[in-house]
Write a protein of this length. Structure first.
Lengths: 249, 314
């Protein structure tokens, strides 16, 4: 079984983003970029399936600017076999990403596609579900456990009330939640090896996908600020302030 | 122009998330119909029919909708699509799962987790864990929208809409329900609790959550939350997680105990009305958003606080 893992290049999770003063977006110049953390979990899960003999090949695919090849290299350094870079400039919406990924899946015929549940930049939480819809495949989002059962899958999902377990007919889409695994760090020898692994260069037009956004971004603004309040000296003062000043007790 | 609100419910009643989403749906300006999809869900449909602002309730009562499976529920919503211009649902785990599937089947872009309706096609939504607010205008003829319920007031009762049966759509048969582990608790649900007490990594163990956080929460009649670090470490179950990728809450009072205040945690609670932080590190970022900060060892301060509340007759 081949496993396809889409990965996204995003602003590193440690960076505090700043909104541009002209309201056109957030400042991306000279900002550290990394693989979306949920996608790292997706790569890790695919690698574990391969190491357990349940998957034969792990292919990472990224859609974005030329620099997204660095994100693919990160996946290859973790242990993925090869990469596919689909070049696309500007704001590519989840629906367009899903359409490109559908075309990639049609060509690659994976038995499983593992994606991060959401990207930490636009926080959309859509691509996996959309891809499942377009392919007509089963889906299990927010996975905390994934088991292969022949060509089918058993997935435990993190839901609002606790955990839910579903069985998926393969081929299937799984999106990762935080507790699925802890991604490995790439070792130096593997980083060197990754440089020799192949990356296919493609562009969105190769797949005939229209990237015109459906959502027009009118503006981007700072959220209303919240000021810190006061420090209280002890529990007694805290209780009295909550009772008389804040009125919440 | 008609809007279809897909209800969050437990078959017996309508969840608070539905009331809040209704406020957003009404703001779109069109008539609102409510879809209740479940098994033996007549009581929930009847409850929905009493909400103020609802013109009609559709009840799809079928075993296929018993377990929140995305594929049959998406198929049902799409089967109703010709009659509606907008599909609105709360951004709960059920609808985060199903609505993008609906959007892709309709070939439209979903607008995720809106916090404000500017007009019938323009919405505000947070990006980058709430560090920026984007205003987007949808050019799609049919809109698919999920609503961050913490930012909308709950619609009340006062309606008497008719309840009609909706035919089940063909089940794609792609997935099946195996089981669930749902915590039974008498405490209020996080997303509708008026008070929340949350613990962080400094709690050190699940036992300490039970010994320090839960008694304080019970004294306050509060829901119990946790930071991602505490959930990752196994001190608290996943459904307690508050943050960018967990639950987003905005209670009257949020008490953060032993939580440093990482960006992704703040994203889930900074709209709370009053924030209290107890942390022994006086430089912890949580103090930058807290209305009342107490620099103290939580293992002393929390029992003291629980005791002080008991004296108040809590």
């Amino acid at each position: 079984m081949k496993v396809l893992v889409p990965v996204k290049r995003v602003v590193d999770f440690n960076v505090k983003v700043r909104v541009k003063s002209d309201g056109t977006g957030v400042e991306l110049a000279n900002v550290k970029m990394s693989m979306n953390p949920f996608d790292e979990i997706a790569v890790e899960e695919a690698l574990r399936l391969k190491e357990a003999g349940k998957a034969t090949e792990v292919v990472v695919v990224s859609i974005g600017p030329a620099q997204a090849s660095e994100t693919i290299r990160t996946g290859l350094a973790m242990g993925a076999d090869r990469g596919i870079l689909v070049k696309a400039e500007g704001n590519v919406e989840p629906l367009a990403v899903a359409k490109i990924l559908k075309a990639v899946a049609d060509a690659e015929q994976p038995g499983l596609i593992i994606l991060g549940k959401q990207a930490i930049d636009d926080d959309s939480n859509q691509t996996g579900q959309m891809l499942a819809a377009l392919l007509g495949w089963s889906q299990a989002t927010f996975a905390s456990k994934l088991e292969v059962e022949g060509s089918d899958f058993k997935v435990t999902r993190e839901v609002d009330g606790g955990l839910q377990t579903v069985k998926l007919k393969g081929p299937a889409i799984v999106t990762t939640d935080l507790r699925l695994n802890e991604p490995r760090y790439a070792s130096l020898p593997n980083i060197m090896k990754a440089k020799k692994k192949p990356i296919d260069d493609k562009s969105a037009s190769d797949y005939g996908v229209d990237l015109t956004p459906h959502l027009e971004i009118v503006k981007t603004a700072e959220p209303p600020g919240r000021k810190g309040g006061v420090k209280v000296k002890d529990v007694g003062e805290l209780v009295s302030k909550l009772k008389t000043e804040a009125g919440v007790l | 122009m008609t809007t279809l609100l897909i209800a969050e419910h437990d078959n017996a009643s309508i969840k608070d998330a539905t009331n809040k989403t209704l406020t957003a749906a009404v703001a779109l300006g069109a008539d609102v119909h409510v879809l209740v999809a479940g098994e033996n869900a007549k009581a929930a449909a009847d409850a929905a029919s009493k909400l103020a602002g609802v013109k009609k309730v559709l009840l799809a009562d079928n075993a296929a909708y018993a377990h929140d499976l995305a594929e049959p529920l998406a198929a049902l919503i799409v089967s109703l699509a010709s009659g509606y211009d907008a599909f609105v649902a709360p951004a709960t785990s059920r609808f985060k799962n199903v609505m993008p599937r609906v959007a892709a089947l309709l070939d439209v872009m979903q607008v995720s987790e809106i916090i404000k309706v500017v007009s019938s096609d323009t919405f505000e939504r947070p990006i980058y864990a709430g560090n920026a607010i984007q205003t987007v205008k949808s050019k799609d003829a049919k809109k698919v929208i999920t609503v961050r319920t913490s930012t909308f007031a709950a619609a009340g009762e006062g309606g008497s809409a008719p309840v009609e049966n909706a035919a089940a759509a063909a089940d794609p048969g792609l997935s099946s329900f195996v089981g669930e582990e749902v915590a039974k608790s008498d405490r209020p649900e996080l997303t509708s609790a008026k008070i929340i007490v949350s613990g962080g990594r400094a709690m050190q163990s699940r036992e300490n959550f039970a010994k320090y956080i839960e008694p304080l929460a019970d004294k306050l009649g509060a829901g119990v939350g946790a930071s991602r670090a505490a959930v990752d470490a196994g001190y608290a179950p996943n459904d307690w997680q508050v943050g960018q990728t967990g639950k987003v809450v905005a209670p009257e009072l949020y008490v953060a105990i032993g939580i440093s205040g990482a960006i992704q945690h703040l994203a889930g609670m900074k709209d709370s009305k009053v924030i209290v932080a107890i942390n022994k590190d006086e430089d912890a970022p949580i103090f930058q958003v807290a209305d009342y900060g107490l620099v103290a060892d939580l293992y002393q301060a929390v029992p003291e606080l629980t005791e002080a509340l008991a004296k108040l007759g809590k």
